[in-house]
Design a protein around this ligand. Structure first.
Ligand SMILES: NC(=O)c1ccc[n+]([C@@H]2O[C@H](COP(=O)([O-])OP(=O)(O)OC[C@H]3O[C@@H](n4cnc5c(N)ncnc54)[C@H](OP(=O)(O)O)[C@@H]3O)[C@@H](O)[C@H]2O)c1
Length: 285
């Protein structure tokens, strides 16, 4: 099936990361032109692009997306190189590896997560929509697409990572607002949110190596597997495709092997006999 992504110009943030890079490869395979962004791993991203078969259809940029100017520059450089930007995939984000309950978190860590995972996404979306407002819709009817990358943490919460969960939940509100704004700029413009569960990338590796975590998370998923970055990237490409997803906007696509939620208690941590006994008690437990 033709995705009609050929020659569209796609901005991808977090392209030096696992999911962002898989997105770059998925869009490149469909013939798109790419504006790829990295923060600290810019050299590595440049090397990978140079080694790819599609490097001449891509530019790479780097900077901290928490800065307003980095987001504006990213979109401006894309327009300068390719004439316009049609699709944005905002994948950059952080997951502080050490688990901490909220009462142990200091303000700098809370701020860093909110600024990177939420403020930077708002600024990136704004830069994309500003560009669309200036350029206008495409004349061929291929609508603009904005795809945000959330997380199952936003849906189910994430104990010991509450600021992260807050930012990912907030993306749903952003997405539902922007899907109603984008059509003022492009009648076929669409905004969606992809919500990965555990996906094997550098971000998730340290947590996945924690003893006991794997059986705990897999036990809530009928598919009993971790996602690969390509699983997320293919869904992002489908949602961004003006052919395959022409009439899909305002949706949250969860890619988590059917995840039911969180397993809170392990074997042996519930005293069933005690619970039964309390059923027979009259007063409050
Ligand atoms: N992996 C999972 O299990 C999982 C699950 C649910 C949701 N997600 C979400 O999926 C997205 C991608 O995650 P991933 O697994 O691909 O992580 P990753 O491999 O660690 O990549 C994260 C990307 O974000 C970039 N980044 C971080 N801080 C930045 C900043 N201040 N300015 C600009 N770029 C910044 C990094 O750039 P540099 O490396 O160049 O510094 C990197 O490209 C994130 O939004 C994450 O929350 C991941």
């Amino acid at each position: 099936m033709d995705t009609q992504l050929r020659d569209l110009v796609v901005v991808i943030t977090g392209a030096s990361g696992g999911i962002g890079w898989a997105c770059a490869e998925a869009f490149a395979a469909e013939g798109a032109r790419l504006v790829l962004h990295a923060h600290r791993a810019g050299d590595e991203l440049e090397r990978r692009v140079a080694a790819s078969t599609w490097g001449e259809r891509a530019i790479t940029l780097r900077g901290d997306l928490r800065d307003e100017s980095t987001n504006e520059d990213l979109l401006r450089r894309g327009r300068e190189r390719f004439g316009r930007v049609d699709v944005a995939v905002l994948s950059a984000g952080i997951w502080p590896p050490e688990p901490r309950p909220l009462w142990e978190l200091d303000l700098p860590r809370i701020r860093e997560v909110l600024d990177t995972n939420l403020l930077a996404v708002i600024l990136g979306a704004r830069a994309f929509l500003r560009g669309l407002a200036a350029a206008g819709p495409r004349s061929d009817g291929r609508g603009a697409s904005l795809c945000l990358i959330g997380s199952t943490a936003g849906r189910f919460g994430e104990a010991d990572h509450s600021p992260y969960a807050v930012t990912k939940a907030a993306l749903a509100g952003l997405m539902r607002s922007l899907k109603n704004e984008i059509v003022r700029l492009d009648p076929y413009g669409r905004v969606n949110l992809v919500e990965p569960g555990w996906t094997v990338t550098e971000m998730a590796r340290p947590a996945l190596a924690e003893p006991g975590l794997l059986p705990r998370v897999l036990s809530t998923m009928p598919l009993r597997q971790l996602a690969r970055p390509e699983d997320i990237a293919r869904a992002v490409a489908v949602l961004s495709s003006p052919a395959l997803a022409r009439h899909i906007s305002g949706e949250i696509l969860t890619i988590a092997g059917g995840m039911e939620g969180r397993r809170l208690w392990g074997e042996g941590s519930i005293d069933v006999a005690e619970v039964q006994r309390r059923l027979d008690d009259d007063g409050p437990a």
